[in-house]
Design a protein around this ligand. Structure first.
Ligand SMILES: Nc1ncnc2c1ncn2[C@@H]1O[C@H](COP(=O)(O)OP(=O)(O)OP(=O)(O)O)[C@@H](O)[C@H]1O
Ligand SMILES: [Mg+2]
Length: 116
């Protein structure tokens, strides 16, 4: 199993949910976050400060999508997410992939891929 942590533009959320549904992922966790990449938030248009918080770098609103999938779904998911999220402009976001050792569905005790 792998976890994909995807930081994307807020306007791409609905499209990402559709993709995740298409690959029959068992669930997802979505959060609204603030972040910056290599441009430190300055080269992009948008909200460039959090109220009351002074920083030398600017943070922009992003959506964080966490999804744990079967190893076999990882490359397809990366391809599809890039198809939807790549606009050729800075700030499109990133996908981080990490190994997941175990998953347990609390209700049934199922483990591994069966628990996803
Ligand atoms: N190294 C990182 N660690 C953690 N979060 C990151 C990292 N890089 C990017 N992010 C998150 O992803 C969001 C989008 O990053 P972004 O797409 O601007 O990356 P980038 O490296 O600057 O690429 P680009 O040059 O295409 O803009 C950031 O706002 C931040 O939330
Ligand atoms: Mg950037």
């Amino acid at each position: 199993m792998k976890e994909l942590v995807m930081i994307i533009r807020p306007e791409k959320l609905e499209a990402i949910k559709k993709i995740l549904d298409e690959i029959n992922c068992g669930g997802m966790t979505i959060s609204t976050v603030m972040g910056c990449g290599t441009q430190k938030g300055v080269a992009e248009q948008g909200v460039n400060e959090i109220k009351g918080l002074k920083t030398t770098i600017n943070l922009l609103p992003k959506i964080r999508v966490e999804v744990v999938v079967d190893d076999r779904n990882v490359e397809e998911l990366i391809l599809k997410v890039r198809e939807i999220c790549a606009t050729n402009h800075v700030g499109d976001g990133k996908i981080f992939v990490r190994n997941i050792e175990e998953a347990i569905r609390i209700r049934t005790g199922e483990r591994g891929n069966k628990a996803l």
